[in-house]
Design a binder for this molecule. Structure first.
Ligand SMILES: Cc1ncc(C[n+]2csc(CCOP(=O)(O)OP(=O)(O)O)c2C)c(N)n1
Ligand SMILES: [Mg+2]
Length: 796
C-alpha cells in the first residue's frame, strides 16, 4: 500500500519578511512544491543508489528513506525560507539525502553526485564538510556530536565578534542543529547544554525531529515528556510544534477536545503503529475509545480512510505553514529548542513502522510512489517535474532564496604570521609541561597578531597543565566583565582570573567531549566566521579517550588546533593506574589529521610548537598533539642548531650518533630519556659505537616512511625518509632497543624500516600507584630493562 505524501493544509500564512518576493500565496505554493520535491529527490536518490547501480561487492548500499522523510518539511522551511547566509547548520546524519537534494535544487549540487550517492566521489552518506562539495557547514555522523557542535560554534562566534575579529558586515548567524530525537540519548548533548548555559550562549537553534523513533525502536514517552523541562531549566525557549492546521481545526469542532486528549494520551508506540496501519486502524481505535463522544461519529463519518489518516497524522513538524509560522515567530537571540512532531517514513509505505530505520522501498513500491508524485519516467532527476507550480515560478523563487543570496558562505581567513623565535624555555631540569607553560607565558607578553589570535581552553585543568602564566596575563573570556573576587578581597592567589570579552582563555567544566567539540569549533573559526584563531587546548593525557569521538569528529572536519596532553603515561606515578595513559601514543600515530609529538626537552618543544602553529595554518596541514609529562628531566645543554631543529620537527635525530655500521641503538621517546641516556652510557662500555636515537614524533617518522614507500611503489623516485636516513647509519643486522612510556607498539615498527631486530620496551598492562623508580622497574622501563634488552639483542 502506498499513501500519498501528506498534502499540506491550505490556509493563510502571515506575511514574513523574506527576500523571496511575491505574494504570500505564491511563496507558500512554491515552498510546498519544493517540500514535495525534496521528499521525492531524497527518496529517489537512495533508491537509485540501491537499485540502479550494479552491486560489485554484494553489500547493500543503504540510506535512510524514513529518516529523510520526517525532516523534509522542516528542512524545506529552513533552507528555502528561514535561513540566512550567515547561519550555520548541522543536519542530523541520516538526513544527508535531504540536504543534498536541497542543495541540488538550489543549484549548488550536481546531478552526478546525487546519482553517485554513497559511491566514491558521490554525495556522502552523512553530510561532510570535507568530502562533500555542496557547502556542508558541520559534518555529522556520530549522533549527538553535530548537535553539540552548534553550541560551541555559537560560543566561537560570540568570541570572535566580541573581540571585533570577525567581519562585522553581517549580523550574527544562528547556529542551527536539525536533531534526531534519539540523538538526545547521547550524554554529550546535555554536557553541551550545561556548558552553553554557563556561557550564556546566543543564536542557537535546535530543531528536534520528534518522530518518536530511534534505530531499533520507539522512543520512550516517559523520557520525552521531560525534555522540554530540561531545556526550560537551562533558559532555552521551547517551541512545541505538535498539531498541524487541520488537526487544530478539528479540535475546534464538536468532539474535538476529546480527540485532542486522545492523541495527547496516545502512547508513542500506538501512535506509530496506527500511522503505519492507516485510516482503518485510526477509525477502529477512535470508535472504540471515543465512540460515545458527541461529534465524534460525525467526524469519523465525514472522513474516508485516506482523509482520516491524513488528519490524524497532520503533525505540525510536517505542516509547512505551522513550521514557517513557528520559526518566523521567534524573536531575539535566546537559544530556542523546537520540538517538532513528525512521522518517520511519512508519505512512504513504512510510515511509523518501528523497523523502518533502514527500510528501503522495493521496486514496486517505488513505482507507485513515483506515480503518486507525478514524476514521469525518465524525469526522476528533473528539478521541476511533477510539480503543480510552473517551473518558471519555482525557478524564480529558488533564485531569490535568501540563504544563498550572499555569495560564498565559507570565509577566507589569511594566515597569522608565526614568529621564528618561540623562546626555548630555560632551566637545568624541567619537565616538558613546565617548558610548555613557560613558552605560553612568553607568548602572553607579545603584542602581535600571533598572540592576539591564540586562544586557550581546558576542561578544569588549566592550572594543573601550566596554563596559569598565560591566563594571568591574557584573562579569561566571558561575555560579561566580571571581577576576580579573590583579588578584590585581597586574598592571595597565584591565579588572577579576571573575566571579560577580551579574555583569551575559555574555561570549561570537566567534560572532555565539550573540550574537544569546542576545539573543533575554534579550529574552524576562520572558514565559519572569517576570523582565524590558533586554539590551544590542554587536558590530562588519559582523558583523551574520554573525548575521543569528539576529537575524531574535530579532525574529520579538518579543524585545526594544538592539543596539549599532560601528564601522561606511568610517569605521573603517584597519581595511579586510573590516570596512566597507555595507548595514547598509538592514537597520535593512528588518527588522521593529527600529528603527534612527544619531546623530552624544552628546546625541542619550542621548535615543535613553532612548527605546529604553522602546520595548523597550512592548506595541507592539520592539528597537532603534544604528549607531555610532569617529570623533571635534566636538559640537554646545547644550542639549537638548524639541523637539530629540523630533526626534532621531522620526528627524530641522533642524540648520540652511532659509529658507522654500529650493531646497536637505543631509541627513546619522551620522559624516559634519562633511562635511555644512562642505559646507553652503560652499553657503550661493551658496544662502543652504539647510537642513541631521540624520537620526538613516531607519527612523523612513520608518515614519512610510508609516504616514501608509497611513492616508490607508484614508480616515483623518492628521497629516503627521515627514519630511513637515520637507521641507515646502523649495520644491516643491528638491534634496536626502543623505549617509551606508552604502548611498545608505538616504536616497535621501527624494526621494519631496515629490517633491524627489535626489543620494544613500554607499557602494555594497566598500572598502579608508585614512584617512578618502582614503577619503571615493575613495568620494565628502567636502566636495567634497557641493558637486558640490549644484551638480548647482542647475545642472541
Ligand atoms: C554515536 C552513534 N551511535 C550509533 C549510531 C547508529 N545510529 C544511527 S541512527 C541511530 C538512531 C537515530 O535515531 P534518531 O536520532 O531519532 O533519528 P531518526 O532516524 O529517527 O531521524 C543510531 C543508533 C550512530 N550513528 N552514532
Ligand atoms: Mg527519531
Amino acid at each position: 500500500m502506498i499513501r500519498r505524501p501528506m498534502t499540506p493544509s491550505s490556509g493563510t500564512l502571515a506575511a514574513h519578511p523574506t527576500a523571496a518576493a511575491g505574494p504570500v500565496a505564491d511563496r507558500l505554493a512554491c515552498l510546498r512544491a519544493l517540500e514535495r520535491k525534496v521528499l521525492w529527490l531524497s527518496t529517489w536518490m537512495i533508491h537509485a543508489a540501491n537499485h540502479l547501480r550494479p552491486s560489485r561487492d554484494g553489500l547493500k548500499v543503504g540510506g535512510h528513506q524514513a529518516s529523510s522523510s520526517s525532516v523534509a518539511t522542516l528542512m524545506t522551511a529552513l533552507y528555502f525560507d528561514v535561513l540566512r547566509p550567515q547561519d550555520r547548520v548541522a543536519v542530523k546524519p541520516h538526513a544527508s539525502p535531504v540536504y543534498h537534494a536541497i542543495q541540488y535544487l538550489l543549484g549548488r549540487q550536481t546531478r552526478d553526485k546525487l546519482e553517485a550517492f554513497r559511491g566514491l566521489g558521490g554525495a556522502q552518506s552523512y553530510p561532510s564538510r570535507t568530502k562533500d562539495s555542496d557547502d556542508v557547514d558541520f559534518s555529522t555522523g556520530s549522533v549527538g556530536l553535530g548537535v553539540a557542535m552548534t553550541s560551541f560554534a555559537a560560543l566561537t562566534q560570540d568570541y570572535v565578534r566580541l573581540k571585533g575579529l570577525a567581519p562585522q558586515t553581517q549580523p550574527p548567524g544562528r547556529m542551527v542543529a536539525v536533531v534526531g530525537d534519539a540523538e538526545l540519548d547521547e550524554g554529550n548533548v546535555y554536557e553541551a547544554m550545561l556548558e552553553g548555559w554557563k556561557h550564556d550562549l546566543r543564536n542557537l537553534w535546535w530543531v528536534i525531529d520528534y518522530n518518536r523513533q530511534s534505530l531499533d525502536s520507539i522512543v520512550s514517552d516517559r523520557l520525552f515528556h521531560r525534555i522540554d523541562r530540561l531545556f526550560l531549566a537551562m533558559d532555552w525557549r521551547v517551541v512545541t510544534l505538535k498539531y498541524g492546521k487541520r488537526l487544530e481545526a478539528a479540535f475546534a469542532r464538536p468532539g474535538g477536545e476529546a480527540l485532542k486528549r486522545w492523541i495527547d494520551d496516545c502512547p508513542n508506540s500506538l501512535y506509530s503503529a496506527l500511522a503505519f496501519k492507516g485510516g482503518a486502524g485510526w477509525r477502529e481505535h477512535l470508535r472504540r475509545d471515543l465512540g460515545d463522544t458527541a461529534g465524534l461519529a460525525e467526524l469519523l463519518d465525514g472522513h474516508d480512510d485516506a482523509a482520516l489518516h491524513a488528519l490524524m497524522t497532520n503533525l505540525a513538524g510536517q505542516d509547512l505553514e505551522s513550521v514557517l509560522e513557528a520559526m518566523h515567530g521567534v524573536a531575539g537571540d535566546d537559544p530556542v529548542c523546537f520540538i517538532a512532531y513528525t512521522i518517520k517514513g511519512s508519505g512512504l509505505p513504512f510510515a511509523g513502522h518501528k523497523d523502518n530505520h533502514a527500510g528501503l522501498m522495493n521496486l514496486e513500491q517505488m513505482a507507485l510512489f513515483q506515480r503518486s508524485m507525478g514524476v514521469p519516467e525518465g524525469a526522476e532527476w528533473d528539478r521541476f517535474a511533477g510539480l503543480d507550480v510552473p517551473p518558471e515560478a519555482v525557478g524564480r523563487f529558488l533564485a531569490a532564496v535568501p540563504f544563498v543570496a550572499g555569495g560564498p558562505r565559507r570565509h577566507a581567513a589569511p594566515p597569522v604570521p608565526v614568529p621564528d623565535d618561540l623562546p626555548a624555555a630555560t632551566g637545568e631540569r624541567q619537565s616538558t609541561q613546565e617548558a610548555f607553560g613557560r613558552i605560553l607565558g612568553e607568548i602572553a607578553r607579545r603584542d602581535d597578531a600571533f598572540a592576539a589570535r591564540l586562544v586557550t581552553t581546558s576542561p578544569d585543568v588549566t592550572v594543573s597543565t601550566n596554563l596559569g602564566a598565560w591566563v594571568n596575563r591574557r584573562g579569561v573570556y566571558d561575555r560579561q566583565r566580571r571581577k576576580d573576587v579573590f583579588r578584590e578581597e585581597k586574598v592571595v592567589s597565584a591565579q588572577r582570573w579576571s573575566m571579560s570579552p577580551e579574555g583569551q582563555h575559555i574555561e570549561l567544566g570537566i567534560a572532555e567531549h565539550n573540550f574537544f567539540t569546542l576545539l573543533a569549533a575554534l579550529g574552524l573559526a576562520g572558514p565559519l566566521f572569517g576570523a582565524r584563531l590558533l586554539p590551544v587546548g590542554t587536558l590530562y593525557d588519559p582523558f583523551i579517550m574520554r573525548g575521543l569521538d569528539a576529537l575524531n569528529y574535530a579532525l574529520y572536519q579538518d579543524s585545526r588546533f594544538l592539543l596539549v596532553a599532560t601528564p601522561s603515561g606511568l610517569t605521573l606515578a603517584p597519581e595511579g593506574g586510573a590516570h596512566q595513559s597507555i595507548v595514547t601514543p598509538l592514537i597520535g600515530l593512528g588518527l588522521p589529521g593529527l600529528t603527534g609529538f612527544e619531546p623530552a626537552f624544552g628546546d625541542e618543544l619550542a621548535a615543535i610548537m613553532t612548527w605546529a602553529f604553522r602546520h595548523m595554518q597550512a592548506d595541507d596541514g592539520g592539528s597537532v598533539y603534544l604528549r607531555l609529562s610532569t617529570r623533571p628531566v635534566e636538559q640537554a645543554r646545547r644550542t639549537m642548531t638548524p639541523a637539530l631543529r629540523d630533526g626534532a620537527v621531522a620526528g627524530g635525530y641522533w642524540l648520540v650518533p652511532p659509529e658507522r655500521n654500529a650493531s646497536l641503538a637505543i631509541v627513546y621517546t619522551g620522559a624516559v630519556a634519562p633511562e635511555a641516556i644512562e642505559g646507553h652510557r652503560q652499553v657503550l662500555e661493551d658496544i662502543p659505537g652504539a647510537g642513541l636515537l631521540a624520537v620526538t614524533s613516531a607519527d612523523r617518522l612513520y608518515a614519512g616512511w610510508r609516504h616514501a614507500q608509497q611513492a616508490r611503489a607508484a614508480g616515483q623516485p623518492a628521497a629516503p625518509a627521515q627514519v630511513e636516513r637515520l637507521l641507515a647509519e646502523l649495520a644491516p643486522d643491528a638491534g634496536l632497543v626502543t623505549i617509551i612510556d606508552g604502548h611498545p607498539a608505538s616504536l616497535a615498527w621501527l624494526g621494519a624500516v631496515a629490517r633491524h631486530r627489535v626489543q620494544a620496551l613500554g607499557v602494555d598492562r594497566f598500572g598502579q600507584s608508585g614512584d617512578i623508580p618502582d614503577l619503571y622497574r615493575l613495568y620494565g622501563l628502567d636502566v636495567d630493562a634497557v641493558l637486558r634488552a640490549a644484551a638480548a639483542l647482542c647475545l642472541g
